[in-house]
Design a protein around this ligand. Structure first.
Ligand code: IPM
Ligand code: MG
Length: 357
């Protein structure tokens, strides 16, 4: 029976409408298991730019650091796209990941049998897929030195991929430890045939694997991995990779799960974890009750599992998600053509109802 302060950032687009449902599900689980969750809301992204002129206010960072975990909606939208780089909502997200030391981003892509038809990929290829992408989140080309210099035709834009042995080791450990709880196989994805940063990545993974003799380590170039993910996704258990490769491969993996509206994520490694759906702010459907809240509800489950170590509570939420899918409830993104769909709140209601049973 615990008492926890949870930070909430609703953000922009569909962030607020899925966010309230994530909070509601956590309140329900709190009541069921006898925990008290106190939610504190903070500004970030476009919402913060409009109010205070920066995408990640210091107050937000301070408040989040003082809490047990952060439930994050989504940020960004056309209104803020043309701002200078350091003021874009995305810059705010990178800042809080870095500030929290959240170097490990876990992005599971699980195919539910009920949603086999929701993907554009053939059901027989997908059936039984359960991949976890472990993406390095606070290093690599996202954070390496760079800038734009020069004039005219000589103007150059530079970003640099930088990884230290220590950074590779710590993300590698997360991958191996997590694989131990799953099917004990890690595929390290790099571009070691071209990039020396990847060559170091691979050497460190091989060294580290000696401490995990029970886990099988394999390697794959990122281009091949992009192909293998749609050719035969069942071959993967845990994929560990760099920040930018993980960004790209996790979007690809989301299509395996049928819809990006299903995928949750956990960003951990520091004292306070950040938990967010990977779908982004989807401004085109914002405010219309069309968004699938299950990615956000799944993120609340990851918050409980990885942030607060409340395993039974997380299991209960995931079982409720499975149950609503089994009962045929569908938001637009996961419905077959002609199938009846329900809205954001109605889908969350169905989850809450099952949790109360
Ligand atoms: C993601 C997003 C972010 C990223 C953007 C919004 C900064 O694409 O979480 O995958 O590139 O990390
Ligand atoms: Mg991305």
């Amino acid at each position: 029976m615990g008492s926890y302060t949870i930070s909430v950032i609703h953000g922009d687009g569909i962030g607020p409408e899925v966010g309230v449902e994530g909070v509601r599900v956590m309140q329900t689980i709190g009541a069921k298991f006898g925990h008290t969750f106190t939610f504190t809301e903070y500004l970030a992204g476009g919402a913060a730019l409009d109010k205070v002129g920066v995408p990640m206010p210091d107050d937000t960072i301070k408040g989040v650091k003082d809490s047990a975990a952060l439930l994050f909606g989504a940020i960004g939208g056309p209104k803020w796209e043309s701002l200078p780089h350091h003021l874009k909502p995305e810059a705010g997200l990178l800042k809080i990941r870095k500030e929290l030391g959240a170097f490990a981003n876990l992005r599971p892509a699980v195919v539910y049998d009920e949603l086999l038809d929701a993907s554009t990929i053939k059901p027989e290829v997908l059936k039984g897929t359960d991949v976890l992408v472990v993406r390095e989140l606070t290093g690599g080309i996202y954070f390496g030195p760079g800038g734009i210099t020069g004039d005219g035709a000589n103007r150059v834009g530079i970003n640099t991929e930088v990884y230290s042995t220590a950074e590779i080791l710590r993300i590698g450990k997360v991958a191996f430890e997590t694989a131990r709880l799953r099917r004990k196989s890690v595929c390290s994805v790099d571009k070691a045939n071209v990039l020396v940063s990847s060559q170091l990545w691979r050497e460190v993974m091989i060294d580290l694997s000696k401490s995990y003799p029970d886990v099988k380590l394999s390697h794959m170039y990122v281009d091949n991995c992009a192909m293998q993910l749609v050719r035969n996704p069942r071959q993967f258990d845990v994929i560990v990779t760099t920040n930018i490769f993980g960004d790209i491969l996790s979007d690809e993996a989301s299509m395996i799960a049928g819809s990006i509206g299903m995928l949750a994520s956990a960003s951990i490694g520091g004292p306070v974890g950040l938990f967010e759906p990977i779908h982004g702010s989807a401004p085109d459907i914002a405010g219309q009750q069309k968004a699938n809240p299950l990615a956000m509800i799944g993120s609340a489950a990851m918050l409980l599992r990885f942030g607060l170590k409340l395993i039974a509570e997380a299991d209960a939420i995931e079982a409720a998600i499975r149950s609503v899918l089994k009962d045929g409830l569908r938001t637009g993104d996961i419905a077959k053509p002609g199938e009846k769909t329900i809205g954001t709140k109605a889908m969350a209601d169905a989850v809450v109802e099952r949790l109360k049973k």
